[in-house]
Design a binder for this molecule. Structure first.
Ligand SMILES: Nc1nc2c(c(=O)[nH]1)N[C@H]1C(S)=C(S)[C@@H](COP(=O)(O)O)O[C@H]1N2
Ligand SMILES: [Mo]
Length: 392
């Protein structure tokens, strides 16, 4: 046997060829957690929407900058898979590598330089419900209010480091992470496993592969043992339960960047807008819809504002349905990828119903409008939300 042939055989023994990798990357579906979501979903913290759960605004009160793991919203296309960290592997494969597929164990990833980042994850459809309730538009999808967002401290490795270890070539143009949760079937069509392409430039810039969330191992519902965290982009880019990453010399697509997560409808081409990337500007009070407040007392109205474009630098609040506005005091220094907590004192004298509003502006000059032009799937709502409360 020639030494070249011996080398090839040795490689075949240790590194699977592409076909084997494709199979290895898509093993039989893992068992799903009974009930779809593993963690408890107490009704004072979460509102359930089918396979998903959003954080109630009042549940953020007093929680600090980071959303605690047991209060963080869950968006599952199917159900949380139960994965075994000992047998789990990450496979990086595809025509954009200089060589064959490369597999990583969790221990391999722990051996790489660790980085920690405060990053918001927000569903593209967060606040979608207001298209209907506030603007009377017809849209499809989960009718979230403002609770499909959370900020956590993610710890893990740079996707760039993993891609370089795997031998990404200069010819690579796209990277597609894919989850190990069950294939997603909707309207009788099997769309396969959740996956969405990232341009190589973004993948190499600031994307993390996280194995910790707020100092704890990634909880099952948030992607254990490893998830993608894509700062400032729509949540669907942050693929949970990562199993494999395709690195390609050609453009990649999936239903999550063609049929979904684009803007469709009036003002958009038939194939939709470009795939959604950055999130919009939003604000929430830490009060539930219909909350009651006692008259002739000073309340500290608290809330949070965030933007995928730039740090939030100003928040204005109205306690009279938008007639008068005043500046909220920002509790956090403006920073990218997170949110700012803010507060305004309020001493209501009159009893009865009123409407609270909050309008944020970011450092790039984006301000929340009064109305968001609708799109059929209800993405990227950014208008000022009207919150009814009653003074008693
Ligand atoms: N594998 C996989 N990754 C996924 C999803 C999913 O269903 N499966 N949902 C995506 C969507 S649409 C969002 S908004 C975020 C939600 O993250 P969270 O559940 O940790 O809050 O995860 C994304 N990653
Ligand atoms: Mo999402």
């Amino acid at each position: 046997m020639t030494s070249a042939r011996r080398t090839v055989l040795k490689l075949l023994a240790t590194v699977p060829v592409a076909a084997q990798a494709a199979r290895a990357a898509a093993p039989a579906a893992a068992a799903e957690a009974p009930g779809g979501i593993v963690k408890p979903l107490p009704a004072d913290v979460f509102t359930r929407h089918g396979t998903n759960a959003e954080t109630r605004p009042s549940a953020l009160r007093g929680t600090g900058f980071h959303t605690p793991n047991d209060r963080f919203f869950v968006r599952n296309h199917t159900g949380t898979p139960v994965l075994d960290a000992n047998t789990w592997r990450l496979t990086v494969w595809g025509s954009g590598l200089r060589g064959g597929p490369v597999r990583f164990t969790l221990a391999d990833l722990w051996a790489l330089p660790a980085v920690s980042r405060d990053v918001a994850i927000e569903c593209a459809g967060n606040a979608r419900g207001y298209f209907t309730s506030q603007q009377h538009d017809t849209v499809t999808g989960t009718p979230w209010t403002l609770g499909a967002v959370g900020v956590a401290r993610w710890r893990g490795v740079r996707l760039a480091d993993v891609l370089r270890r795997a031998g990404i070539g200069d010819h690579a143009v796209a990277v597609m992470p894919r989850g190990l949760d069950a294939e997603y079937v909707t309207a009788g069509v099997n769309l396969g496993r959740v996956r969405r392409p990232l341009p190589v430039a973004k993948a190499l810039a600031d994307v993390l592969l996280a194995y910790e969330m707020n100092g704890a191992p990634l909880p099952p519902d948030h992607g254990f043992p490893l998830r993608v965290v894509v700062p400032s982009w729509v949540g669907v880019a942050s693929v949970k339960w990562l199993g494999d990453i395709e690195v390609s010399a050609e453009a990649l697509h999936s239903p999550w960047d063609t049929d979904y997560y684009r803007l469709f409808g009036p003002g958009h081409p038939p194939q939709g807008s470009a795939p959604l990337t950055r999130q919009t500007v939003k604000s929430t009070f830490e009060l539930d819809h219909g909350a009651t407040l006692v008259a002739r007392r000073t309340h500290r109205l608290t809330g949070r504002s965030w933007s995928g474009h730039a740090p939030v630098v100003e928040v204005r609040v109205s306690i009279d349905g938008g007639a008068h506005w005043r500046r909220a005091q920002l509790q956090d220094p403006p920073r990218r990828h997170g949110w700012v907590r803010w507060s305004v004192p309020w001493h209501p004298l009159a009893t009865g119903p009123t409407t609270l509003l909050a309008r944020a502006t970011d450092a790039a000059g984006n301000t929340q409008p009064d109305h968001t032009p609708p799109n059929t799937q209800g993405y990227l709502f950014d208008a000022v939300v009207r919150l009814p409360v009653t003074v008693v």
